[in-house]
Design a binder for this molecule. Structure first.
Ligand code: ADP
Length: 174
């Protein structure tokens, strides 16, 4: 059965603003914010804790099983730093957030990330790893790159996604 609400991925390097955007968008649109980090923790979709990286070692099969019923219903904002594991058929829009290295450094330093994790994330942002992953995994017309350096950009991004959502709803009205 066709979804009556779209599923949106908000992705990007940790610290670019995924959760902040997803929360604002959920509040404005009524879509469900799915924080994958939280879901991994709450539903035990992991194989333990990685001390060096200070993060869960995700079990992707368990994660997909946990998200599948939500995605089937539609109306999800999937907030995660990876996107290539979600089947194309589940996803209607992929937003890749980007930010300047200086901002990213400050935001990750604030979080007290371990040095190795900090450097890897900054390298990943500079090398556009998440943008490439999104472009390789989904049709190019559904992948949008947006910058998230300040509050004005964030507001503009949320408005732009809301406008996209309105159009999607019109185009898919039953
Ligand atoms: P992510 O979910 O990608 O790890 P967060 O949404 O948790 O990122 O944001 C990380 C930090 O950066 C938070 O303190 C948030 O308030 C700040 N931040 C995110 N986006 C912006 C923005 N566009 N302008 C200013 N601060 C931002």
């Amino acid at each position: 059965m066709a979804r009556t609400q779209p599923n949106i991925i908000i992705t990007g390097t940790p610290g670019v603003g995924k959760t902040t955007h997803a929360e604002a968008l959920a509040e404005k649109t009524g879509l469900k914010h799915i924080s994958v980090n939280q879901l991994v923790k709450d539903k035990g979709c992991h194989e333990g804790w990685d001390e060096e990286y200070q993060s869960w070692i995700v079990d992707e099969d368990k994660l997909l099983d946990a998200i599948e019923p939500l995605a089937a219903e539609g109306g999800c904002i999937i907030d995660w730093h990876a996107c290539d594991l979600f089947p194309k058929s589940w996803i209607d829009l992929v937003v890749v957030l980007r930010t300047d290295t200086k901002n990213l450094y400050d935001r990750l330093a604030e979080r007290k990330y371990p040095e190795l994790k900090m450097q890897e994330n900054i390298d990943s942002e500079i090398m556009e790893v998440l943008l490439q992953e999104a472009r390789e995994s989904y049709d190019e017309e559904i992948v949008v790159e947006l910058t998230s350096n300040d509050a004005d950009e964030m507001d503009a991004n949320v408005e732009r996604i809301e406008a996209w959502l309105e159009n999607w709803r019109k185009d898919n009205a039953q």
